[in-house]
Write a protein that binds this ligand. Structure first.
Ligand code: NI
Ligand code: MN
Length: 228
């Protein structure tokens, strides 16, 4: 069984696993790094880490067009339902649920979560997905470094998707420390390069991580995929 993770720039990802199509933090309109328009996105499930506009993005329009189920925290699910999104599945930090695509748990993230209209968006989260064949994928979401990443690492990670952009999230130095706590086999850096404010040298960072840890870094470009 193979799993295909596609980066659409910023924090927007696609994941194809076991015939299910997931989109994470669907920010396409207004995302200068996105190579595709939201109209071309197919989705069975939409996962949203927190309420900020660069993560909620086009969730409402994609969910309405595709009929996808949106998975997020309770507050964000309620906000989307009020805008006509029919299928939502609320969870909260530390809680997991077995979906057709795997077991999905919400993890801690050190960040904010206000929604675009100023509504309360609950607590920000990351996702820990265990695929149907037992591979663990950690999507950190927007977060600063925290010591409990060590606990997440104890689960045995195949892939960790980490922000490296600095300013709003971990920068390269803290993201390197995160890799040391998480000990994943593979790392994909995201949340950088979208705007000048969060430009980073991902290739240089990858070399540093691979020198100091056992992880392999895949600094894919927007539109590219990593299959595992
Ligand atoms: Ni954010
Ligand atoms: Mn963000």
């Amino acid at each position: 069984m193979s799993h295909k993770l596609t980066w659409y720039g910023h924090a927007t990802l696609g994941l194809e696993t076991g015939g299910h199509r997931l989109v994470i933090d669907p920010f396409f309109s207004g995302n200068p790094a996105s190579p595709v328009k939201p109209e071309s996105i197919a989705a069975d499930f939409i996962l949203i880490t927190h309420g900020h506009g660069d993560h909620v993005g086009d969730a409402v329009s994609i969910a309405k067009r595709t009929g996808a189920t949106v998975i997020s925290n309770f507050e964000i699910c309620n906000w989307l339902a009020a805008q006509g999104v029919e299928k939502t599945h609320p969870q909260h930090l530390g809680g997991g649920f077995k979906y057709p695509f795997g077991y999905l748990k919400l993890t801690l993230a050190l960040h904010g979560s206000a929604l675009p209209d100023g509504s309360y968006g609950g607590n920000p989260a990351g996702f820990l997905l265990t695929t149907a064949d037992g591979k663990k994928i950690y999507l950190a979401g927007d977060t600063g470094l925290f010591g409990d990443m060590k606990l997440i690492g104890e689960e045995g990670l195949e892939v960790a998707v980490l922000p490296i952009g600095d300013n709003f999230t971990m920068g390269p130095d803290d993201a390197l420390r995160a890799v040391k706590l998480l000990t994943p086999k593979h790392v994909i850096p995201i949340h950088y390069g979208t705007w000048g404010l969060i430009d980073q040298d991902a290739i240089g960072w990858a070399a540093q991580v691979e020198t100091q840890t056992g992880a392999k870094v895949h600094a894919i470009r927007p539109g590219e995929s990593f299959t595992f």
